[in-house]
Design a protein around this ligand. Structure first.
Ligand code: COA
Ligand code: MG
Length: 293
């Protein structure tokens, strides 16, 4: 999943536009973009949308962001949407991996009631919205085999902390939010989950988005959240390995294949050892996912 586009779950207009955006995943939102009096309608609209899109052969992955486990809404959210068989549930504001485990158990019950395959519904967690969660990041490793992706957020975290801003004047994240981002990256990789970079809320600033997505891809994130359809193409491009990168990775794989005994190889004045091979293989895997073999 290179691009994951948030779509408010109670908006007819945005739901109607969502498929055309070209995102690898849609996240139908039942949480912050939906007011309390619209939650019930949003569950129904989201369920109907998933049921209608699911049978299509070519479609994005369909995620639903539920309300946090600290609310009274989350189990009604699951009851409302799980029967339609979403590919995954996005969990906001977990306190630790224990919340992922709790969600996983609830999904198991929901799947059983709906006659779905056990374990089919995956989980993406937003791991940095509560300060306490940053102290518990290790608990996401082995939290659940359903955990497919881990992402992070600066907005809710800054509201909790009381920071006046999350970014420097030039746009770079300030130190506390860089820590949240970096911990998300390491934790996701340690948990065997996809690291997904956070939203870029200034959706008219395409250059800013392009730079932030490129930096995320450079550092090891493999996707980024989007809030507006115009952001999708830029994000997809940033996380699609270029032809040059693919050729370079193929060259490294071929070199090691030609010398299976060698631990280290030199090419054009550069040293290549096993970590380079691992990275090259991973890039080729992602290139396959991105449909550019
Ligand atoms: N998904 C699908 N369609 C969207 C969309 C989205 N996230 N954001 C905008 N669109 C649609 C609009 O409805 C509009 O189509 P319309 O004229 O047929 O209604 C078109 O794209 C152009 O939108 P635009 O006028 O540029 O933006 P806007 O002012 O309508 O909306 C936001 C701006 C930020 C309110 C909107 O992008 C949005 O709701 N984003 C998601 C917010 C969210 O889910 N937040 C929670 C996670 S942080
Ligand atoms: Mg939020």
């Amino acid at each position: 999943m290179r691009s994951l586009l948030f779509v408010p779950g109670d908006s007819d207009r945005k739901i109607a536009k969502a498929l055309a955006a070209g995102a690898d995943a849609l996240i139908l939102d039942l949480e912050d973009s939906v007011t309390a009096d619209r939650k019930a309608a949003a569950r129904e609209m989201t369920r109907d949308f998933i049921a209608s899109v699911k049978p299509r052969e070519r479609r994005p992955r369909l995620y639903v962001r539920i309300n946090s486990l600290a609310t009274e809404d989350w189990s009604a959210d699951l009851d409302g949407v799980v029967p339609a068989g979403p590919d995954g549930i996005m969990l906001p504001k977990p306190r630790s991996g224990e919340d992922v485990h709790r969600l996983s158990l609830a999904l198991g019950h929901g799947e059983e009631r709906a006659g779905l395959v056990q374990g089919a519904t995956r989980i993406a967690a937003i791991a940095t919205e509560l300060p306490v969660c940053l102290l518990n990041m290790g608990s996401f490793v082995d939290a659940s085999t359903r955990l497919e992706a881990l992402t992070w957020g600066a907005e809710d975290l800054s509201a909790e902390v009381g920071s006046a801003a999350t970014r420097e004047a030039g746009g770079a994240f300030t130190s506390p939010y860089r820590l949240a981002r970096d911990l998300c990256l390491f934790t996701a990789v340690a948990a065997g989950a996809q690291p997904i970079d956070t939203v870029f809320i200034d959706f008219r600033d395409q250059d800013g988005l392009r730079a932030e997505a490129a930096a995320a891809a450079r550092d090891g994130f493999t996707g980024k959240l989007a809030i507006h359809p115009d952001q999708v193409e830029i994000i997809n491009a940033a996380f699609t390995p270029s032809q040059r990168e693919i050729e370079r990775a193929r060259g490294i794989v071929a070199m090691f294949a030609a010398s299976p005994e060698a631990g280290v190889i030199s090419l054009n004045g550069q040293m290549y050892d096993r970590p380079h091979l691992t990275r090259a293989k991973r890039l080729l895997e992602r290139a396959g996912v991105a449909g550019r073999d």
